[in-house]
Design a protein around this ligand. Structure first.
Ligand SMILES: [Zn+2]
Length: 275
């Protein structure tokens, strides 16, 4: 599932290609995404308008259009947003194709259809963004701020990191990697971390997300960038998906633990439980 780095890589690929250009047309496939504006709404508010700015909030891509409408795209679990000539023969599961000035096709492909393509008319605040927490790189996010957010919380730090209402964009892969780098057991109650530990978590969060963006994101199953290329950060993963393999730091076998229905991977020696 794409997380912050993958969405940011897509944004960086698309922004120079699309900003300043006008959307000229839209073709829709037979099957709708689970959350998709109607073709009429998309045509009315997107087609004929120039893209002013392409930004990212959490795992959302936000297209600010001339005229004031906003197009929001979320990749869900298996969504891909690609730009370029349409492949021949056509790929299966293409839900939408926007024709953009300059002969560009911007198309959304999503096998599992959990992706979202939603348009909000001028003056309407995009509701999904109201639920999105702080950006990990934002200056308002400090160790002291995280300590305050977690105060009194008994849920595990792993689940706290996954909570997009607190900090946006961190999913299962990066949460596992951040906790390994910070030397914290994933089951540690979030409210028990010290300021020093939050400082470690925040520094590792930023380091890992930055590195993952530089490496083009992580491809473990479906993710591709806007040109259809895989990421490379999967080669840097220290614990995610490595159950039974020796820890790169100490050699102890990596353990898999199920938390809130998701797999956590950690080194029991490098990430001991807090007493
Ligand atoms: Zn270890």
């Amino acid at each position: 599932m794409p997380e912050l780095p993958e969405v940011e890589v897509i944004r960086r690929g698309l922004a120079p290609l699309l900003e300043g250009r006008r959307f000229l047309g839209l073709e829709v496939g037979d099957k709708r995404l689970r959350q998709q504006s109607t073709p009429e709404e998309l045509r009315r508010w997107v087609v004929g308008h120039r893209l002013v700015k392409l930004e990212r909030r959490g795992k959302y891509l936000r297209f600010d259009l001339e005229g004031g409408a906003t197009l929001l795209i979320h990749l869900g679990m298996t969504g891909r947003l690609l730009a370029g000539p349409l492949p021949t023969p056509p790929l299966p599961h293409i839900h939408l194709v926007f024709q953009v000035e300059g002969g560009i096709n911007l198309y959304f492909q999503d096998v599992r259809r959990f992706g979202q393509v939603l348009v909000f008319p001028p003056g309407v605040k995009p509701a999904p963004l109201e639920q999105v927490g702080a950006e990990p790189f934002s200056p308002e996010v400090t160790a002291a701020w995280l300590l305050a957010q977690a105060r009194g919380k008994t849920r595990p730090i792993k689940n706290f990191l996954l909570d997009a209402r607190v900090m946006a964009g961190i999913g299962n892969i990066y949460a596992c990697e951040i906790l390994f780098a910070a030397g914290l057991h994933p089951a540690t109650p979030a409210g028990r971390l010290t300021l020093k530990e939050w400082d470690r978590v925040l520094r590792q969060t930023r380091r890992i997300l930055k590195l993952a963006i530089a490496k083009g994101g992580t491809t473990v199953s479906d993710y591709l960038n806007s040109k259809g290329e895989s990421g490379l950060f999967q080669l840097e993963l220290k614990v995610y998906g490595r159950a039974g393999e020796p820890c790169s730091r100490c050699g102890a076998p990596i353990v898999r633990l199920v938390q809130a229905g998701r797999s956590s991977f950690f080194c029991p020696a490098c990430q001991p439980e807090k007493d």
